[in-house]
Design a protein around this ligand. Structure first.
Ligand code: SAM
Length: 253
């Protein structure tokens, strides 16, 4: 299989300023962990984040937890090195990694899994997660739904003004016969240089989504499914923005 090009090479330097406040999504992950893998305040917990990006989640974990972040993009890891100096950072592919540690929690959030463009690679990632979870370890992840990618395709581009310029993100998506959806995010950042001059930074990032009827068995074949909800805690739906999942390594200690 041909290797995918490494995305985020150009977008990484702007990512934190262009994307939404990561606080609420980090709070959501920490709350899910506390519900299903309770630890006393001050007790250690070892977490691995797959697709850690610039470290938005890693920097918002309780200080007694130890954090490892794995990402495929050297540019995103370079940002994380500044923002999360206490975390161990590893360059790697979430569908094909081997670490000699077993974790209490593995997280993969803010649609990082959608960046793998086939069901086969999602399944390979779940297998790597299973191999790296310790006893009672939990897997917390989210995905953009097929409905969300379709809505983003139909909507006008997002325009974000930020201190250094303007970012325009235009999503196109197409549905496959099996109901899966492949989307391409054309990211253009007009960086203000001086006066009326701008420099264009451009990158395309692709995302893939599958219907819940395809995703659920991929999870249930490997894990005990503890929670699967839409944004507001309702049942998982292909019309939701995201599906949020908490699953446990089977065989409780
Ligand atoms: C949308 S960003 C999310 C970053 C971070 N989790 C957050 O909450 O801000 C997706 C991240 O997944 C990473 N990624 C994409 N494909 C990957 C792969 N196969 N293995 C590891 N990381 C990957 C990208 O480099 C990027 O940093």
């Amino acid at each position: 299989m041909a290797a995918q090009p490494v995305a985020y090479q150009h977008f990484a330097a702007f990512y934190d300023r262009v994307m939404d406040d990561p606080g609420p999504r980090a709070d959501r992950v920490v709350a899910a962990i506390r519900r299903h893998r309770p630890v006393a305040d001050g007790a250690p917990l070892h977490l691995l984040e797959l697709g850690c990006g610039t470290g938005a989640l890693l920097t918002r974990l309780p200080g007694t937890w130890s954090a490892t972040g794995l990402d495929r993009s050297p540019a995103m890891l370079a940002e994380a090195q500044h923002s999360a100096p206490g975390a161990e950072l590893v360059e790697g592919d979430m569908s094909d990694f081997e670490l000699d540690t077993r974790f209490d929690v593995i997280a993969c959030v803010f649609d990082s899994l959608n960046h793998l463009l086939s069901e086969h690679r999602w399944a390979a990632t779940f297998d790597r997660v299973l191999a790296h979870l310790g006893p009672d370890g939990i897997f917390v992840f989210d995905v953009n739904t097929t409905g969300e990618l379709e809505r983003l395709h139909e909507d006008p581009p997002f325009v974000h003004e930020f201190d250094e310029g303007t970012a325009i993100i235009d999503v196109s998506a197409a549905q496959e016969a099996d109901g899966s959806m492949l989307s391409h995010w054309d990211i253009r950042i007009f960086v203000h240089t001086s006066g009326h001059d701008y420099r264009l930074v451009r990158e395309t990032i692709s995302e893939f989504a599958v219907p819940w009827r395809t995703l659920a068995p991929l999870i249930e074949r490997r894990f005990d499914l503890l929670e699967a909800t839409d944004e507001s805690g309702g049942p998982p739906s292909d019309d939701a923005v995201k599906i949020h999942v908490v699953a446990r390594r089977p065989g409780r200690s």
